[in-house]
Every structure is written in structure tokens, then in C-alpha cells.
Design a protein around this ligand. Sequence first.
Ligand SMILES: C[S@@+](CC[C@H](N)C(=O)[O-])C[C@H]1O[C@@H](n2cnc3c(N)ncnc32)[C@H](O)[C@@H]1O
Length: 279
Amino acid sequence: MFSYRHGFHAGNFADVLKHHVQVEIISYLQKKEAPFDYIDTHAGAGLYRLQSDMAQKNQEYLNGIGKLFGDDALPALAPYLQLVAALNPEGGLRHYPGSPMVAAQLLRPQDKAWLFELHPSEVENLRRNLSGRHQCRVREEDGFVGLAALLPTRSRRALVLIDPPYEQKQDYQRVVSALALIHRKMATATVALWYPVVERARIDAMTRQIAASGIRRVELFELGICADSPGRGMTASGMIVVNPPWTLRAQMDSLLPQLAERLSGDGEAHFRCETLVGE
Ligand SMILES: C[S@@+](CC[C@H](N)C(=O)[O-])C[C@H]1O[C@@H](n2cnc3c(N)ncnc32)[C@H](O)[C@@H]1O
């Protein structure tokens, strides 16, 4: 059950899209002084060493953050790239943040983070990487289950990031149920759901279910580095965002084509920027 380790994938093209969108949503929520809650249902270890054996095995980060770090060609990425740079004070690219650290770097004293992780050593790493960050609470629990008890948040403002490994096929169904649960308990929450394109038919089925769920204001942002092809592993990944910042769509319309061009593996890079459900 616990075979997935994010350290193999940290900083890849999928993390770039996910963490950029995460930064944009948090920055938008912070335009108001009022506190908000950040809930990460699948947190991972929080921080990754890119020189570790895991990261070096396939060097996925080289076709992700490795192509963008230290480059100011895409100004929309600046806040995300600055955050990664802040974790690398010595100058090079040695560390890459997981989603809990992305949030921890941005949270203000009034904000809170709730971080769920089931893998015993990842929980330990997460606790160590976030020690001293008093707004962050780590829970060694199933995030799909723990989420329910937190909603609606006392703050009445929340971002829920849902980022399962999808190694168990039931995750494709559990994410749809999680979106429905959040909608029932706190319809105003912003939800950012990450998905991998390994089998396109699964994603098509998942997006059809979300579109038919009654949830409104749903945008989809996808970035692929090569053409869909069964048996080729993850060729693309996307973020489905419920209640997105109103500024996000226009930004992604212009950023995604440029990002696709920069990260293109074999010239078959592609992107999607779509409204799944309108107002
Ligand atoms: C894709 S990784 C998370 C990466 C992280 N969100 C980031 O962006 O840095 C998925 C993590 O979820 C954990 N996990 C798997 N099933 C879980 C569950 N039901 N509840 C909580 N964590 C789970 C895995 O151990 C793994 O560390």
C-alpha cells in the first residue's frame, strides 16, 4: 500500500504546475487580512533533496524546476520560483519544496495548515521538515477521511489540496467523492485537485463525473510533455480547481502554452485550459 514516494518525482513538470497553482491560490486568499485554513489531504515529506538517490534515480526534476530555476523568462512564475529560491539560500538548486512547505513558506500568523500523510517515514520526514512551524498540524491519518472533520473551517475560508498517488485505482473515485463532500460541507472552499494522465479514459470519466456533480465554478488546467500513449507512464498532469481566484484562468491561458513549449519532451507538448463548469 505504501510504495509511492514523492522523492522520486519532486520538482518534475507535474510539480511545477501543481505548486504554481497552489502559490497563486494562497496569494489570492491572502489579499484579505482574514485568516484561512490550508488542508493538504496527501502531504508527502514536505521537502526533498534533489541530490538524494531517490531524486537522482530518474532525475525527473531536470525536466521541471531544473529548466525554469534561475530564469525570468516567464514572469507569471516569479512568485513560485522565488519561493523555491528561498529554500536554496546557497544559490544552486539543491532543495525542492513539497506542497506543505510551499504553504508553510507563505502562511501568515493568522493562517493554519492541516497536513495528512499515511506513510510512516514520510510523516516522520514531514514533522522534521516542518518543526518549529507552529501554524502547521501534521496528522498521520487518511486525508480523505480526516478532511470531513475539518469542514466547514472556523475561518470560513479554505484551500483544500487533494494530491493522491493514484496507485490504487479507487483514488480516481475517492477524489470525486471528496469534491462532493467538500461541496456539501463548505461550498465556498477553493479545492485544487491534482491528476495524472496515465490512461486518458480514466481522466475523461473522472471529469465527466465532476461536471455532472452539481459543483459549480470548476476550471481545468493541464500540461502534457508528450502525446497520450498507454504504457508510456505519465504523459501529462492537470489541476482541477473549484472556486478558483478569478484571475487564474487568464493567467493560465497565457502561461500554459509557454510552459508547454519550455518543458516539451519530444515536441508533442500540449495543454488544456478549460471551464469544466461555469458560474
Ligand atoms: C503525490 S504524494 C504528495 C505530494 C505532495 N502533495 C506535494 O505536492 O509535495 C502523495 C502522498 O500521499 C500519501 N498517501 C497515500 N494515500 C494517502 C491517504 N489516504 N491519506 C493521506 N496520505 C496518503 C503517500 O504516502 C504520498 O506521500
